[in-house]
Design a protein around this ligand. Structure first.
Ligand code: HEM
Length: 151
């Protein structure tokens, strides 16, 4: 159940909590599996996943304006939905960075893909048939009506 490191393992010991910043570690990102993260689910050791990044929020629990309970409820798990549901401010999003310790392993990501982009093409052909069919029907009814009136 060791924590997995992919990338350039030239770093010395892991920096103190909160000092690691994901963005500055591009070439040496630590990747953690869900299994690695799940064990950090205690009040003295709390990790969260938000948008496939891993955060060690242990030192932030008492400072969190929304209270520590909500963070502990998500401890060791993916808190993306709860984090977004609250509608956190830009300040909150910037704060996130100081707690980032790595990223979720590719194999454990949900890979939510955007919906099919071909919908537009389909829609445009649909809208074409939407007005064409009533137009033909109206023409036919007109012809039949004239035929009926004249006979
Ligand atoms: C490291 C992760 C997080 C950081 C840095 C963070 C930061 C903040 C900050 C700065 C605020 C004050 C309001 C704002 O600026 O948006 C806040 C409020 C709040 N947060 Fe978080 N938060 C984190 C994770 C979470 C999670 C995972 C949840 C939900 C389970 C949560 C729930 C809340 C709630 C309920 C409030 C109070 C909102 C209100 O009173 O309007 N937060 N958070």
């Amino acid at each position: 159940m060791g924590e997995e490191i992919i990338g350039n393992p030239t770093n010395e010991d892991r920096p103190a909590k909160g000092e690691e910043k994901c963005k500055s570690l591009k070439d040496d990102i630590k990747y953690y599996t869900l299994e690695d993260i799940q064990v950090h689910n205690m009040s003295n050791d709390t990790w969260l996943i938000i948008h496939d990044k891993v955060y060690d929020v242990t030192s932030f629990l008492e400072e969190h304006p929304g209270g520590e309970e909500v963070l502990l409820e998500q401890a060791g798990a993916d808190a993306t939905e709860s984090f977004e549901d609250v509608g956190h401010s830009t300040d909150a999003r910037e704060m996130l960075q100081q707690f980032c310790i790595g990223e979720l392993h590719m194999d454990d990501r949900k890979n939510e893909k955007p919906k099919d982009v071909n919908v537009t093409t389909e829609e445009s052909s649909n809208s074409w048939t939407t007005w064409m069919i009533p137009a033909i029907a109206a023409t036919l009814i007109g012809i039949l009506y004239r035929f009926y009136v004249s006979s």
